[in-house]
Design a protein around this ligand. Sequence first.
Ligand SMILES: *Cc1c(COP(=O)(O)O)cnc(C)c1O
Length: 427
Amino acid sequence: MSSQSNSQLMAQAREVIPGGVNSPVRAFGPVGIEPRFIDRAAGSHIWDVEGKEYIDYVGSWGPLIHGHAYPPVVEAVRQAAGRGTSFGAPTAAEVELAQLVCERVASVQMVRLVNSGTEATMTAVRLARAFTGRSRIIKFTGGYHGHADTFLVKAGSGAATLGTPTSPGIPREVVADTLTAEFNNLEAVGRLFKIHSAQIAAVIVEPVCGNAGVIPPADGFLQGLRDLTAQHAAVLIFDEVMTGFRLGPSGAQGLFGINPDLTTFGKIIGGGLPIGAVGGAAEIMKQLAPVGPVYQAGTLSGNPIAVAAGLATLRALNEEVYTKLESLASRLENGFKNNLAKLSLPFQFQRVGSMACLFFTEQPVGNYAQASSSDTERFAVYFRAMLEQGIYLPPSQFEAFFISAAHTLEDIDRTVDANFAALQADG
Ligand SMILES: *Cc1c(COP(=O)(O)O)cnc(C)c1O
């Protein structure tokens, strides 16, 4: 525990860090209170600097599929650190991690490790542009692909939450090549291809949209994107930074049976340490330097500690873990849906695997426009009531909450009870 309270720390943080945080949504602005400064965590629980304990559904925004301070990860990190924190030279562990990704994800023949999801998507688009000799890309409204210039057009996650989906500070020429369509609207994508066919390098999509709440792909949507990109010789990029290794051993692409040309990873493959990866067909991946002409590099890429944490995480991800995640998540879903029914509330609980979201809106959410019809004031009241009862959810209507394999039945049942009370809170 710290000798200082959450609000004392926040006051100091605001003096030296913009908004007091190193990533925007952490500031809790959308829910009208001050953030909790986290002191420590174990399994599914976190403790703030004031000693208050919470059941955590943020999980560092996705990476912690086995929960916090998972002993095999902690041990792997300890051992790796003892052998040296970074060499700027290749290591055996990087090869093993690359092999593991290639084995599990059928569409991936080669991978390049980078330091974040943002770097992975940047690299994927650069590769697609080089490979096709075209410059335009199509992304979806509310889709979040990290904070590179190209993607900050109608973006999700914090950008949507804070009302700046299209950021200033980005040259007009850079975003002129970014075309957007509504998620799940295949016709709109077809129209863009009709007009710009010869200029479209890639379509980039979160196969399950997880940065505008949780929005599953409609039947045929992903297959339609596969068909359109193939037909127009454009590259299909699945951004699986969130869904990769979460929705199953081969991510969303395995779940829905679609093979993209390129896939981006992050979050889980680093087990809670900074990492990202881009992988895909060898023909495209071989465009990367030093075999090909597309430049990409990183002082700390393939960092031994991050790779060790990623390996420990992936090695432990077996069928049993996915079965457990599904049973915990469906128990939570049933509980939340029962509560909504008992209270005659029309809100939408949406879930794919261990990603879930409670939208405070009356219609099922299939795209960003529908997500943004949610009552964010009501969400804020709900969020605060949950936090008060020791349940730590993402502080935004437009973020997914994550169930980890460290959650227990007791955690889930306590969360369902808290949900019942919080749905009745009025401020
Ligand atoms: C988190 C996320 C990113 C960005 O990853 P960072 O490591 O935060 O740069 C990109 N795409 C998706 C789908 C994400 O969820």
